[in-house]
Design a protein around this ligand. Sequence first.
Ligand code: ZN
Ligand code: ZN
Length: 261
Amino acid sequence: MTERHLGLFRNVPAARPGLCRVCHSAPAEPHAPACLCAGCHRATAGVHRHTPHVLPVSLCARTGDDRRLYDLVTRRRSPPGELTGAALLAATVARFHRAHLPCLTRPAGGPFTLVATVPGAGAERPVEAFDLMPRVVQWVTGLRDLHRPVLMPGGDRAAEEALARHVPDEWAFQVLGRLDGERVLLLDELFASGARVQSAASVLYRAGAEAVVALVVARLVDPWADTRVADAWARPYDFGRCCLCDPAARLSSDAGRALLG
Ligand SMILES: [Zn+2]
Ligand SMILES: [Zn+2]
């Protein structure tokens, strides 16, 4: 199914110094010692604890002819044919998860014990009566059995408005129960500024999670803002490599240590 829709996806550039060490998909801010892109710099500064491990399946753009994946994850348009967007997203997550399980589990320090999805709050996506990702997860072998709806909207209007402005705010979410020692795979369909994922990661850590690794379907970027990103964008999409296992990947010593355990 994903093969017929390969045109939707865009390669994430190989991780390397000069690109953000968290999302790997945007240039690190010049002079920033932490090697973070502008979005991750802002999203990680405002939370108790952030996840340094974000693995995007694909880049996406909001403008131009290449906005189909963005439209799909924000449910503005259904893919061609009889498919529903959720089925295509499930096939995408299943294929990527199967191909890159070691890339996901290595930074977690071991196999995942819990799969969580980020509940719909904030305005990076249209208001929907239900969340897409919990349905997507139910179709993915290997994720279904680990999925528990532990992450809930926090019910704080101001926090949700902050997220809508790409300002991280942990009060946008709450965790049901304790997560002591859990290694969490955190799934979200769209990573724009990182404020949602990092706010969610932070409340998971506060609840006792040992590790949080975020798998995001679409990383929203300006593909033309950086030549390394533009080069990756222009190549035909390859499900066989991600930004971490790409042969061209060169990790900073910190990230390399974390990855190699
Ligand atoms: Zn980043
Ligand atoms: Zn990989």
